[in-house]
Design a protein around this ligand. Sequence first.
Ligand code: URA
Length: 488
Amino acid sequence: MRSIDPGNDYESWRRAARELLVAGVAPGEVLFEREQGLFGGAGGLREEPAPYRAGDAAKVPAAFVKLARAASCHREEGRWALLYRILWRIVKGGERDLCEISSDLDVAKALLLGKNVRREIHKMHAFVRFRLVATDGESGRETYAAWFEPEHRIVEAAAPFFRKRFANMNWSIFTPLGCAHWNGEQLAFSEGLAASPLNGGDSMEDFWKTYYRSIFNPARLKVKMMRTEMPAKYWKNLPEAELIGPLIQESRRRVETMHGEDLRPAKAAPRNRYLASLGEMSAAAACSGPSGNQSLAEMAGAAANCRACPLWKSATGTVFGEGPGDARVMVVGEQPGDQEDIAGRPFVGPAGKLLDEAFAQAGLDRSAMYLTNAVKHFKWTPRDTPRGKVRLHQSPAAGEIEACRPWLLGELHRVAPEVLILLGATAARSLLGREVKVVSGRGLIDAPKLAARVILTVHPSYLLRLPAGEVRQAAFAAFVDDLRLASA
Ligand code: URA
């Protein structure tokens, strides 16, 4: 009897299996035994294996490769022997179409393993939670990391999804069964870790909690279904999991409240009748909109489920405004960008950093202001660049601005700021209801129905697009001058 170490993955088993086949070793004459422990194996990084091409294994049907690749990720000890038995029957036994016979016991077993693996990959895609662990001082590029505990060896199979979804940031996903790393150019893998290298919470965890709280709809609560979709074994690594128990307990009370709640905008005693009436008209046109008696936090929760335009489909989530509800100054941008979409907060990317710098020079305190956008979902298109695939910003269409307007009006109505700053044409169009030439019309504008003082200025992204040097410096100085009108 031979004893063979098949390694941990399909590729190393395939090499071993090929040698055995060539040597004519029958399935009953070989033991597939793993020599290293769970966290053993060569250290360092391994590159992603080359994708399978049909010619790679000319003698083996593609259906077998597909079956074997999936089943090999399972941790069932007998998987290597099972796959070798199937391979032997195909190559030596002439059962070329074996993989098509799902009633065959060996094939059925392998199919079941593959099914469990695919389910686990799906769970990993859903339940990995990244934390921001570093920001490069020069490029501003952020590095995120996550800890996940999968049942099976699925990291390599699951990683391409994260590469595509989070192409613009560096990330690592650590698991006991292998780790994946993306640096913006290359996907690499390393051995698993015994325990999470991450500790302590961070703002991404707060984001997941806020997001989960906002998508939690007590009227739809089905605890059994929830436990199936989000099995308890994953909960310990989900920052939002601590909310599940209290939210379930609270749900009955919330359902009763929702049933008694008037979801139309309030008609009685609006703080600003003009805004309330605009909000009412637009909210009626949208399929969901703010309710007149919701607080800002409740509106943020409701906006998380907004389907008034199709942008929600390709965005990570709704990015609602943030800041004190009684802020003296409210700032309105266009729409969240790539980084805002991931973080779930407005103005945290490059345009936000420039805005922060301008606020500082204008003597404005960001934490005392309410910052939001005319459109609450990131609109983008995929684009191949020398840095890899990126999500390229696209300007929102008039219909999308219109669909989001009830939320913006709802925020403006509740914050009721003394000073309103409109950054760029989209914010102006949304609140003034017409096309505006920002560069020629900038400065204080007359819109007393919106706020006592309304300032129209350029969007910080416009400054980022100008050639670096004197031109940009002069434009930045003019931008700061506009913002100073708020503190005057
Ligand atoms: N640009 C915007 O208009 N808003 C953001 O939140 C980020 C970039």
